[in-house]
Design a protein around this ligand. Sequence first.
Ligand code: GLN
Length: 307
Amino acid sequence: MAPSLTFQPVLERIAEEMEQRPGRGRAADYIPALAALDPHRFGMAVAELDGTVYGVGEWRQPFSAQSITKVFTLALGLAREGDELWEHVGREPSGNPFNSLVQLEYENGIPRNPFINAGALVVTDRLHSRTDDAAGTLLDFLRAESGNPELDFDQEVAASETAHGDRNAALGHFMASYGNIGNPVPVLLDQYFRQCSIEASCADLALATGFLARHGIRADGTRLLTRSQAKQINAVMLTCGTYDAAGDFAYRVGLPGKSGVGGGIIAVVPGRCTLCVWSPGLDERGNSVAGVAALDRFTTLTGLSVF
Ligand code: GLN
């Protein structure tokens, strides 16, 4: 398709189609601060490599980024630590829910991948050891890449997750028992919940994901990752970014993607553009129902996919 101008009509067509869809799933209810969201809300943005953004619906509405942030902490961790990081977290799809404990015992406290909660806890722990403030480092990065200095933590969501954080606490303590967590678990959990609580819009997150479409180059033209590291993160997003639905996501959408229980999904068309879609109604695996459907339609209508 011809560049840029054609994205806006595609987005508008998708938004119209999404309005006609019946069932939309349910907002995440295990984090009470998110449970009240109307599952029918919808926004979508596409950012080109030069920072031009197109959007539709509530594309400027901030929402809880949640597990989408796992992509950025992985990038920041990999940039600082290099391949040694992979000795502490794997890169295989888990085939299990995002907050599952089961594989850890068989695999000596090494989580399957950085995008399930266990793996993200390890990545945040290691980033925290190197920066003294993993969540702050992440927030600074997101502000810089999105060009939006207003981005911030949502204290209410962070407090809600802390109050209902038994599962993540269990993951942290269990991995600590294998020596795979370096910081005190309560310190790590505080970092992790603040990380998850960051509020950003589709426009912000599509822009912040740009370095993955630019093969590792940040918005200001400096390099964060090697070309190969950017490829690695895109590959892990494709295979693990939507948990135990990653196969179905790859089949339907055909792009590296990462979801969060706030209802957002980011996706990358390497060398071309990045996307972020938001709709709070989730399926039983924790992925936005309308979000996956919208990305499915985007790649179908534009022919842009990695395949
Ligand atoms: N903060 C959420 C949790 O740890 C993130 C999960 C997600 O978005 N899938 O449970």
